[in-house]
Design a protein around this ligand. Structure first.
Ligand SMILES: [Zn+2]
Length: 157
C-alpha cells in the first residue's frame, strides 16, 4: 500500500475540468453541436409549424394528426381497445387512420377541394399529411396570403 501511495504523483495547484473532445480542454456548446452533428447524419424531422392566427386548441388537432396520435379506430386497435371495425367513419372503405381521414378519404378530398376554391389556389395533390401542412410553403402570393392558407389548413383539420 505504501508503495502505491509513494508512486502517486500529486500536482500542486488548482483543479480544473478538462473536456477531452477539445484540444484546449474547454467545453463549448458549439463544440458539442459539432460532435452531435458528426454523429447524427439523419435529416432532422420536420417540425410542426404553428400559426398564431389559429388557436392552440385548434391547431393541436393538426399537430397530433401529423404524429398519427389522434384517437382513430386504427390507433385504438393498436392499443387493443375494442372498436367495431377499423373502417373509416366517412367512406367505410379503408382503415381509419389520421393519414386516411385527412388525405386519402374522398370526404377529405372534397373538403380540400372546397378550401382550394375558397383560397383561390391550385388543387391540392397530397401524398401524405405533411404535404397538406406544407401547402402554404409552395403557394404563391404574399406572406400574409400564405399564412392565411396555412391557417385555413390547420382549422380544416
Ligand atoms: Zn375514408
Amino acid at each position: 500500500m505504501k508503495i502505491l501511495i509513494e508512486s502517486l504523483a500529486v500536482n500542486v495547484g488548482s483543479n480544473k475540468w478538462h473536456w477531452k473532445y477539445d484540444v484546449n480542454g474547454n467545453f463549448t456548446v458549439a463544440g458539442i453541436k459539432k460532435i452531435l452533428s458528426s454523429v447524427n447524419h439523419d435529416s432532422p424531422v420536420r417540425a410542426f409549424e404553428w400559426n398564431n392566427w389559429v388557436p392552440k386548441k385548434v391547431a393541436i388537432v393538426a399537430w397530433r394528426a401529423e404524429m398519427e396520435q389522434l384517437p382513430t379506430k386504427s390507433a385504438f386497435m393498436a392499443r387493443n381497445v375494442p372498436v367495431q371495425g377499423q373502417d373509416c367513419v366517412f367512406c367505410g372503405e379503408y382503415a381509419e387512420t389520421s393519414e386516411h381521414i385527412f388525405v386519402g378519404c374522398q370526404f377529405a378530398q372534397s373538403v380540400w377541394l372546397n378550401i382550394t376554391v375558397w383560397c383561390n389556389i391550385q388543387p391540392i395533390i397530397a401524398s401524405g399529411i405533411n404535404d397538406i401542412f406544407s401547402l402554404h410553403e409552395v403557394s404563391s402570393g404574399s406572406s400574409k396570403k400564405r399564412k392565411a392558407i396555412h391557417a385555413a389548413v390547420l382549422v380544416a383539420v
